[in-house]
Design a protein around this ligand. Structure first.
Ligand code: URA
Length: 433
């Protein structure tokens, strides 16, 4: 950050107006906005208006690249290039039931690659990896950079929270976007994710860009544009970046909720688990290994139990007890299938909202989450169901939440005649490099 920068070099009101009216900023102006906001020269209400203008008008590459570079430059930039092995990270744009990181990090570490996995907390209907792992008694994600480095050498993987000095402009701006309806913007999402990933010091990055009702990007076209934008920013900053597009119109796997998802991830590490979780984990693992030129077969490593060994070491290294029983909810309620037929639709957003209402997510950043709350699925799209059979089990410690969860699920389930039911679409929808 150039602290000698003149706060009055540009007029923030002129820059907001210009973007609002469809004009463009120079690279220097885009850089200045981030530097001035980080330094506290731009007020939150001005930045909110500017974010809304970006939401409607977008940003060109000439604006977004210096904007993202300034976000990286405003904080620390870690460097693992002297480590004894390559580094690669994965980032998902956020979904429902997405426990992939829990399996993928130890799996790729067991293949001989270091995985400095920077993770976040859930907000709104999407779950956060840190919240999930914190349901393991004793586990903590607030490691400093020396601890991360040591763990990468000893275990091969670390799942950690972003420190306050990593891309501090994103920390401020994301909190503002969250309360001003400006999250779902391609340039704002791309710069937010990529600034943290570039600053974290990974050599390569594989993105899992989610598409569908439970994702920020609802259609394939906008997901592909987001993927292309992030791949361009990453590659331009020297991080080899590849993106997979994956379906998020229905939850991933059979659980949405913190401890419920840890339990399912452990089932996958033990060689079982739902097919969709295994498929996406292996596809992302193959991309991560290819990105750093390591030849290993992740399916074989998963089947051998070596990924499970790494998981246990990773959990222990971060203070957790991999053998401790996971919390279970005090109360459960069952939602049954409305009729005989094939489950054609099980809406990701509705299930995510139900899990959130049950206590798995938070309303404000400061809120606690319930470790055991969430939704367990007894069927997935394409399965045959009978009227009255259990379809979902709702878990919570606070039963007064059941009504809101049930209301969120109204209209979420579609059961069709087997002769006319549409077959479930593919999980993997594209690749951008
Ligand atoms: N995740 C982030 O880190 N930032 C966004 O803007 C959206 C998802």
């Amino acid at each position: 950050m150039d602290v000698a920068l003149d706060p009055r070099r540009y007029s923030i009101v002129d820059l907001i107006r210009r973007k609002r009216d469809g004009g463009a900023w120079s690279p220097d102006e885009a850089t200045w906005i981030i530097e001035a906001y980080t330094a506290g020269w731009i007020a939150d209400e001005q930045m909110s208006a500017l974010a809304m203008a970006v939401f409607f008008r977008g940003m060109s590459a000439e604006e977004l690249d210096p904007w993202t570079a300034a976000m990286v430059a405003g904080g620390v930039r870690l460097d693992y290039s002297d480590l004894d092995r390559p580094t690669v990270d994965k980032h998902s744009t956020g979904g429902v039931g997405d426990k992939i990181t829990l399996v993928l990090t130890p799996l790729v570490a067991a293949c001989g690659v270091a995985v400095p996995q920077l993770s976040g907390r859930g907000l709104g209907h999407t779950g956060g990896t840190l919240d999930k792992l914190e349901s393991i008694p004793g586990w903590r994600g607030d490691l400093d950079s020396a601890q991360v480095r040591r763990q990468l050498l000893e275990v091969g993987g670390a799942i950690v929270a972003a420190g306050p000095d990593l891309a501090p402009a994103d920390r401020k701006l994301y909190a503002l976007r969250d309360v001003t309806g400006t999250v779902e913007s391609i340039p704002l999402i791309a710069s937010s994710i990529m600034s943290k990933k570039i600053a974290e010091g990974t050599g390569a990055l594989v993105l899992d860009v989610k598409v569908g009702s439970g994702a920020f990007m609802k259609d394939l076209d906008s997901a592909r544009r987001l993927a292309r934008t992030m791949v361009r920013i990453g590659s331009g900053a020297g991080v080899r970046t590849v993106a997979l597009l994956s379906d998020m119109s229905t939850p991933l796997g059979l659980t949405a909720g913190n401890a419920l998802e840890v339990r399912e991830a452990v089932e996958v590490l033990a060689g079982g688990g739902p097919d969709d979780v295994v498929e996406l984990t292996l596809a992302l693992a193959r991309e991560m290994l290819a990105a750093v030129g390591v030849e290993a077969d992740p399916a074989e490593v998963l089947a051998s139990g070596r990924a499970m060994d790494r998981w246990r070491r990773l959990v222990r290294a971060q203070g957790g007890d991999p053998d401790a029983p996971l919390p279970t909810a005090l109360e459960t309620e069952v939602v049954t299938a409305p009729s005989d037929g094939v489950l054609e639709r099980l809406d990701a957003m509705a299930v995510g909202l139900a899990a959130w209402h049950l206590g798995a997510g938070r309303v404000r950043k400061e809120d606690d989450v319930q470790a055991a709350a969430g939704v367990e699925l007894h069927a997935q799209r394409g399965d045959e169901v009978r009227a009255g059979q259990p379809l979902l089990t709702l878990h919570t410690d606070t039963p007064e939440r059941f009504a809101a969860a049930r209301a969120a699920l109204a209209g979420a389930v579609g059961v069709a005649d087997p002769r006319s039911a549409a077959a479930p679409g593919p999980l993997l929808l594209g690749r951008v490099d």
